[in-house]
Structures are given as structure tokens and as C-alpha cells.
Write a protein that binds this ligand. Structure first.
Ligand code: SF4
Length: 189
């Protein structure tokens, strides 16, 4: 291999001497990367979506191939984020596809040392029983001067950023109807 050919295999040499001084195209390519095709180019369809992680609501393009999500990128048409995603939003494909994603209800009993699987109906019944018991035990009908309170401080709701508008609306209605005062969401900006 001649010296010029050898030097030409170095990206920095091609960047400094060629037509790609910022190293954004040809100068940055290796023989291997020249052969690669982006997942965005081979997708069967692209769905528009919104990142579920926080209240900024950055626009996303969700690339799908063979019925599977293959890539999620920022949507340049979004007036909010103009194609950008923060690291959390850029990694949101894992929210859909990760093998680490829990698909079952997991429960660890008081003083238990192991997690167990519960079926959803059992878990929902357990939650309902505990909400009713906490409400009964902590209900405040009036204050010390007899003024009406109709409230409980025995439980609270803390929502996460992956909840959508409609879910938050229903959670607020449910907890207010139960008499809860402490109803919050992590996704505040
Ligand atoms: S988590 Fe990041 S990408 Fe998602 S909406 Fe918020 S700022 Fe945008």
C-alpha cells in the first residue's frame, strides 16, 4: 500500500484534504459503513407520534418494518422540537421493544424477599381493597370547628410522564371523587 493510499484510509486525513472538511459525509465513511443502509430508509411505514416522557412533547417519527418498531427519531416538522430529541426521547424505542420491559404485574409482599407474579384481576382487587381501607381509616368529614372537609390525606396520586392527557383527566376525576387532595404528576415544566 502506497503512503498516499495508506494516509487516505485515515478519516482525519480525508477530512483535512478532501471536500468534506466538517467530516459529515465521505470523510467519515469507512469501507464497512459505506455498505450500511439506515433503518429509516428500509422502513415499510412511518407513524407520527409524540415522545411520552415529559411535558415538552417533542415530535417523533416511528419507523416500522414487518410490523415491528425499528427506529424512533425526532420529527423535523414538529414546531416544538424541530427534529430534536433529548437522550431519553432518542432511546424511547426501548419503551416498546426492550426485553427488560415488564409485561406482568410484579408484587413483593410486606417483608417478602422475592418478587412474585400476580394476575391483573387479583392485583386490581388488592389495590381497590387497600384504597377503600385507607379512605375509611383516614376520612375527615369536618374540621375541629365543624366546618365540612370531606377529604382524606391517607393516599395520594403521583402520575408519570408516560400518562397521556386522557389518562391524567380520568386519574384527576377518580382521586378527586375519592376525596384525595394530593394529586400530582412528575411531568411539570
Ligand atoms: S423527554 Fe426529551 S425528547 Fe421526550 S418530550 Fe421531553 S425533552 Fe422531548
Amino acid at each position: 500500500m502506497g503512503v498516499r493510499t495508506w494516509l487516505g484510509s485515515w478519516p482525519v486525513y480525508r477530512q483535512l484534504t478532501g471536500s468534506d472538511p466538517l467530516g459529515l459525509g465521505a470523510a467519515a465513511k469507512s469501507a464497512r459503513s459505506k455498505e450500511l443502509t439506515a433503518r429509516t430508509e428500509t422502513a415499510d411505514s412511518v407513524a407520527r407520534s409524540i415522545c411520552p416522557y415529559c411535558a415538552v412533547g417533542c415530535g417523533q417519527r416511528v419507523y416500522v418494518k414487518d410490523g415491528q418498531v425499528t427506529q424512533i427519531e425526532g420529527d423535523p416538522d414538529s414546531p416544538i422540537s424541530r427534529g430534536r430529541l433529548c437522550p431519553k426521547g432518542a432511546a424511547s424505542k426501548n419503551l416498546v421493544t426492550s426485553e427488560l420491559r415488564q409485561q406482568k404485574v410484579r408484587y413483593r409482599r410486606p417483608y417478602g424477599t422475592e418478587w412474585e407474579d400476580l394476575d391483573l384481576a387479583t392485583a386490581m382487587d388488592m389495590i381497590a381493597d387497600r384504597v377503600i381501607a385507607a379512605r375509611d381509616a383516614t376520612w375527615e368529614d369536618v374540621d375541629s370547628d365543624g366546618r365540612p372537609l370531606h377529604r382524606t390525606l391517607g393516599f395520594a396520586s403521583l402520575g408519570g410522564a408516560t400518562l397521556d392527557n386522557e389518562e391524567n383527566y380520568l386519574i384527576k376525576k377518580l382521586f378527586t371523587a375519592l376525596g384525595a387532595l394530593q394529586i400530582e404528576n412528575q411531568a411539570r415544566i
